[in-house]
Write a protein that binds this ligand. Structure first.
Ligand SMILES: [Zn+2]
Length: 222
């Protein structure tokens, strides 16, 4: 069913005016906020569009505050998340989001929620360890469009790297996914257009992170 159909059906069942926001977020598959002035906001993982009548009934029950609905929905969310996980594992290389210090999935999810209304559907992984000692520069992040995969250099998982620096790198790669390739006036493929550069500054700690990288990256690379 479409988002509009889901909205209509749930509104009819609950008697509330609902606004549904679809997300690609498996960790927060369902949140509901009743507001004194309707519409209420219901955030749902995209897979709820495939929900059968029993799950729709549970959603309506959840919205109207019935305790029985929660375990039904939790079981459904677990089932769907596992299925998606299996699908993704089949689709591409294994990802490793949990580092020694930072969980990339949590960082991606936070940025996705704060800046992109949960609309960015990409995977993220720590890259494999490579020697960086003595290198003058290193690519801290890279986005592979054909895999929909962001790879972050493991050097950013070392002690002393501030969270906002990783966030800045992840945000940059998310923008590559969102913007796609743009073509410059000269007809060349241009990855970092003026528009890209100005959007990059939407990340609130951009200047701070840039400054840190300028002053510390050499040290990090040894
Ligand atoms: Zn780039």
């Amino acid at each position: 069913m479409t988002q509009a159909e889901l909205e209509q059906r749930l509104s009819r069942k609950t008697g509330r005016t609902l606004h549904i926001v679809l997300t690609n977020n498996r960790r927060h598959a369902l949140t509901y906020r009743a507001r004194s002035r309707e519409p209420d906001i219901l955030r749902l993982s995209r897979f709820f569009l495939r929900a059968d009548p029993a799950i729709l009934k549970a959603l309506a029950g959840f919205i109207t505050g019935h305790a029985w609905a929660k375990p039904v929905l939790q079981a459904y969310i677990n089932r769907e998340s596992e299925r998606l996980g299996r699908q993704r594992a089949r689709r591409g290389m294994p990802v490793r989001t949990m580092g020694n210090r930072f969980d990339l999935q949590a960082i991606l999810d936070d940025l996705n929620r704060s800046y992109f209304s949960d609309s960015v559907d990409v995977r993220i992984t720590w890259g494999r360890h490579r020697q960086v000692k003595g290198k003058k520069s290193v690519q801290l992040g890279i986005y592979a469009a054909h895999e929909r995969l962001i790879r972050i250099h493991p050097v950013l998982d070392e002690p002393g790297i501030p969270l906002h620096v990783i966030e800045k790198v992840v945000f940059h790669e998310m923008l590559h996914h969102v913007m796609g390739g743009t073509v410059s006036a000269e007809g060349r493929r241009c990855l970092h257009s003026d528009e890209f550069r100005s959007l990059e500054r939407c990340f609130t700690q951009y200047d701070r992170a840039e400054r840190w990288l300028r002053n510390n990256l050499r040290k990090v690379l040894g």
